[in-house]
Write a protein that binds this ligand. Structure first.
Ligand SMILES: C[S@@+](CC[C@H](N)C(=O)[O-])C[C@H]1O[C@@H](n2cnc3c(N)ncnc32)[C@H](O)[C@@H]1O
Length: 315
C-alpha cells in the first residue's frame, strides 16, 4: 500500500459496497489523490479513477457510442439474448440498458469495484469479481452473450476473458469485444499530442499493457482458437474541424478523460508529477485543435462459440 501513497493522499472504506452481491471478500479502500478517487485495493489492476467525474464521462461515452452504432447495443446477430454477462461493466449503463431492452433476459454486470447504480432493472444485477483469477468463469454457466467493452491494453486479461467466455457460454453463445485506440498517420512526429501518445505507449508497456491491443482483437480471437470472427471498425478523425458532430463529441469525450487516464501510469512508470501530467494533457488537447493526422479507432469483434471455436481445449 505504501508505494501507492504520498502525504497528500487520503483513504476511506467504501460503505456502498455491501449493497452489491459479491464473491469478493477483501475490504475495499478508496484512495483520494489530486481530487480524484481511485480504488486503492484494486489500483494495480485498475490504475484509473472510479469517481463521479469518470462515471459521468463513461455514461456519456456509452450514449455517444450507441448513436455511432445506430442505436444498437452490439454487433452480434442476436435478436433477444437470454443470459448476458457484461464483463468489466464499469458504471453498468450498458448492462442496465440491455436489461431494459430485453425484459425476459437476465443480465449480470461484473466488475472489480462497485461503481454501479443502486437502482437497477429487476432483470439486471451486478457482481463484484476479479476476472484476473483463472477460473473466474466457473460460477457463470449457460450464457448466450458475453459482452466486453474496454480492456485497457491488458493482453493477459484478454486471454483469461476469451478462455473463460468460451467456457461459460452455452453452445451457440456469442462473445463480443470492443474498445478504442489512437492510430496516428505519422507516429514519429513531435507535436505535443504525438509526444503524449508516445509516453503513454511506454507507460502502458511498462505496466504490462499494450495500448494498441484493440487493433489485434481479430488476431487474438483467432489465436485463441475462434474461427469466423466478424470484425468491424469505426474511424473517428482526430482533426475534428468540419467533421460530423457525433464524431467530434466522441473525440471530445475521450480527450476529457486524458488526465484521469494518465496520472497513475505516468507517475509510476515515467516519474511524472501531477503538474507535469496536467500540462502535458493540456498541450496534447491544444495540439488536437490543430491538424493532427490520424484517428481514434473503435474496433469490434464478435464470434459465435458453437461453430466459432476450433480445438480450444487443445491449447
Ligand atoms: C473503462 S471501465 C468500464 C467500461 C465499461 N465497460 C463501459 O463501457 O462503460 C473498465 C472497468 O474494468 C474494471 N476492471 C479492471 N480490471 C478488472 C478485473 N481484473 N476484473 C473485473 N473488472 C475489472 C474496472 O473496475 C473498470 O470499471
Amino acid at each position: 500500500m505504501g508505494d501507492n501513497m504520498s502525504d497528500s493522499d487520503t483513504l476511506d472504506h467504501d460503505s456502498e459496497r455491501e449493497e452489491t452481491e459479491s464473491f469478493d471478500t477483501e475490504p475495499h479502500l478508496n484512495l483520494y489523490r489530486h481530487g480524484r478517487r481511485y480504488s486503492l485495493t484494486r489500483l494495480e489492476q485498475h490504475p484509473w479513477p472510479i469517481d463521479e467525474t469518470e462515471k459521468d464521462r463513461l455514461e456519456e461515452q456509452h450514449v455517444l457510442l450507441r448513436e455511432l452504432f445506430e442505436g444498437r447495443l452490439y454487433l452480434a446477430p442476436i435478436e433477444s439474448p437470454r443470459n448476458v454477462l457484461d464483463i468489466r461493466t464499469g458504471t453498468g449503463c450498458w448492462a442496465m440498458e440491455c436489461a431494459e431492452r430485453y425484459p425476459s433476459s437476465a443480465v449480470r454486470g461484473i466488475d472489480l469495484v462497485n461503481m454501479q447504480d443502486e437502482w437497477v432493472p429487476p432483470n439486471c444485477e451486478f457482481w463484484v469479481d476479479n476476472l484476473c483469477q483463472p477460473g473466474w468463469h466457473t460460477q457463470y454457466t449457460n450464457i448466450d452473450f458475453v459482452h466486453i467493452n474496454q480492456i485497457q491494453g491488458d493482453r493477459q486479461l484478454l486471454s483469461l476473458l476469451l478462455e473463460g467466455s468460451n467456457s461459460c457460454c452455452a453452445p451457440g453463445g456469442w462473445v463480443e469485444i470492443c474498445d478504442m485506440t489512437v492510430q496516428l498517420d505519422n507516429p514519429g512526429e513531435d507535436s505535443p499530442f504525438h509526444k503524449y501518445i508516445q509516453e503513454m505507449t511506454t507507460a502502458h508497456a511498462r505496466d504490462g499493457r499494450q495500448m494498441d491491443l484493440p487493433l489485434h482483437f481479430g488476431a487474438e480471437l483467432t489465436r485463441h482458437g475462434f474461427i469466423n470472427v466478424t470484425e468491424r471498425s469505426y474511424d473517428l478523425p482526430l482533426c475534428t474541424e468540419g467533421r460530423d458532430k457525433l464524431k467530434k463529441r466522441i473525440i471530445q469525450n475521450w480527450t476529457a478523460g486524458l488526465e484521469g487516464y494518465s496520472f497513475t501510469l505516468l507517475e509510476k512508470h515515467l516519474g511524472k508529477n501531477f503538474t507535469e501530467t496536467v500540462l502535458m494533457c493540456a498541450s496534447a488537447r491544444r495540439a488536437l485543435q490543430g491538424k493532427i493526422e490520424g484517428y481514434l479507432q473503435m474496433s469490434t469483434g464478435c464470434v459465435r462459440t458453437e461453430t466459432g471455436l476450433a480445438a480450444f481445449n487443445d491449447q
